[in-house]
Design a binder for this molecule. Sequence first.
Ligand code: ANZ
Ligand code: ZN
Length: 859
Amino acid sequence: MEDYNPAQIEGKWQDFWEEKGLFKAEDPSPFKKVRGPKKYILIEFPYPSSDGLHVGHVRSYAALDAVARKARMEGFNVLYPIGWDAFGLPTENYAIKTGIHPEVATQKNIANFKRQLKMLGISFDWSREINTTDPDYYKWTQWIFLKFFEKGLAYQAKIPINWCPSCKIGLANEEVIDGKCERCGAETEQREIKQWLLQITKYADRLIDDLKKVDYLEKIKTQQINWIGKSVGTEIDFKVDGLNEFIKVFTTRADTLFGVTAVVLAPEHPLVKKIVKDEQKKEVEKYIEESREKSEFERTKLEKEKTGVFTGAFCINPGNNEKVPIWIGDYVIATYGGGAVMMVPAHDYRDFDFAKRFNLPIRQVITPTQINTDKNTNSHELKEAFVDYGKLINSGEFNSLKSEKAIEKITEWLEKNKLGKKTVQYKLRDWIFSRQHYWGEPIPLVFCENCAVKIKNQKSKIKKGEFSEGELLNPGWIAVSENNLPVELPYIKKYQPTGTGESPLAAISEWVNVKCPKCNGPAKRETDTMPNWAGSSWYYLAYTMLGNQKSNLKNQKLIWDKEKIKYWMPVDWYNGGMEHTTLHLLYSRFIYKFLWDIGVVPKSAGSEPYQKRTSQGIVLAEDNRKMSKSFGNVINPDEIVKRYGADTLRVYEMFMGPFGETIVWNTKGVEGAHRFLNKLWDFVMVKIKGIGSKEIKTPNEGKVILNKTIKKVSEDIENFKFNTIISSLMELLNFFRGGKSSFEKIDIKQKDLEKILILIYPFAPHIAEEMWEKLGYHKGSISLEKWPKPDPKFLKEETFELIIQVNGKMRDKVSVPMNISEEEAKELTLGRETVKKWRGGKIIKKIIFVKNKLINIVI
Ligand code: ANZ
Ligand code: ZN
């Protein structure tokens, strides 16, 4: 009998699929009916790093490959595309280290990734391959930026940003993790730099509200909502004593207004310079200087010792006309809530610490509702801040109101007296859209002194249309004309960051100096490039527009093909890492909404790009740590495939554990998956001999288990329960092999054997194709077969009473389906109250499971 030899069969089928073009998606056409309803399946396209493919990539791609392959068999017209997200720091850093130009490195890395993906047999439609660093691609990334600019949604501002002293660049908040640079781990600082920003905050409400329209994992929705951080509160004006200036504070606790004992400004607050008294000047300046060195994370840590400095100035609490001191404290963030807080030490932890540190009065104005208010007065010394809602005391006419009501009433009163108003704040800031780096899309703008002067002097006279909104908003900045896109990234030798805050492009004078597209006068190009997230914010649209014609963007004229977008969008299922939930996912939803607003995306395609979003868990190394070159614990897919074959790797990664959970790599598990495929192979080779004979019938019990497995696999794929699918396929095989130990022969009809192969196919497509061919009765590929439907006749649930023992004594009973798996029985048993009671939190030594009979928990 022939042995299972993946090395011999996998390449053969990969070539076959490519030759026949089996995975090409079909575009809509006025002349021809497409093969079925569309299904757009998407994985986050990889960053082609020099490390090559990671087993984490494989988990995502193999899972959605199963989804795609099954969907094709169900008659869908499937789009499952692939491309390269290739601009950005890792390649630039690699280039700096090795001296290999980023463009060359990218080409090399892509070639390696491509080889690896083909080796895995993922059923991508390779004819739609995209690359964000291809000028014909980033032409449209630039075009999108110009649209933002034209509509006045892109603006330049000098803002404090996170600065990585090691990478020598500005970072968006999202790129700073716990105060450290996401890429290199260095502590970040604050710096003021001129940056381009996109007004994502204008879309904040829609980005929250439209989550109702989509089917995302709950935790993904929550993360998006928290990231946007919508907060409803009150803006209150505190008049500066002796000056005609107001400090606007933002508070979610207007009920605590009478407990204010100071107002604290962020060191960067614009009023600081105006109000500070001469005696305090020196100290204040020193303090501001110091806080500049700290990251926002460090400044706002709850447990950090509070620092601050008195300005010498006072302001008036509009609630009770009390004079309160104005302090500066770096726990107040300049870019949130107006950069000022009313300090209520009795009811806020940070304010409490601050007041203790600087001996400021602490006045309680809220008291727990269940305690008699008389006993709880000002004289009572608080040991810590009381931050809950309660009843008001020491608050004049608002006394004895409950917090909720008091917030409403005090806000109304402030509004009536023009001292404040109800308002909404967002944690989300505008998106910093420029980087001082070489390896990115050039921002397609030029700066023209002539035009700057003209706009400044004649702003009111400028005819509509002569300048765009963006040009009026950013005097002197002029858009490159659409016909001159792309603004190509020049090929340079020195791509090290300058460290001055400028990108290396600034040094190439023949590139920088151009003519102004408006007035033909001398102008200079913007030398900043776009962030890594730019190219990935619209790539799912690029795929839809690249079908059937020539296979890359070069041959396209204008690519916004609305018919195709309308047909393919939204993406039906998008899978990617949890680490992209607050960055890429939010940015790409924003960009899509903007394109939808300006009509590039047809209205009927819907206002959300992704209908369903899931996430795979991280794959840890065998030593329980993150896989990392520096730990030397990286599992290389090449080696696994060489040793066991692609099908084994794929099956293992689906089987390793629940799809959404972090899983530790286990070489024994790989071997287990390999054994399973070997057994399957041997089984089919034996069965092939007798197959086709009319007398062979599948016994009833076999029909039942087969049909139940068909149902289970069909449903579990949609619910991304890939691990339970593999285990039920293993059980199915074991059944027909006649149990693990016996060699009792169980018959299987040819048609039923075929169904088993089809069920295996989405997970181990090469071996399935090969066995299908060996069956010999079929022309063509298993890829073209129909997905089986379970026969309801065999699906009737049979149940039995599962006996539950703890340490061998029967403690519980439960009715469960026949043939319940050990995994399922375990989960169900351990969740039961009686079991929890008998177990009493003790450690489980082992679990004994007797199929269709009992389960015994040994503690
Ligand atoms: C007075 C107060 C009293 C507050 C109290 C809380 C409790 P969220 O929910 O995150 O929006 N705050 C406002 N602006 C700030 C800034 N720029 N930097 C640091 N903190 C700031 O939180 C709103 C609360 O955060 C506001 O309500 C304010 O403190 C503080 F018993 O105002 B509160
Ligand atoms: Zn000009």
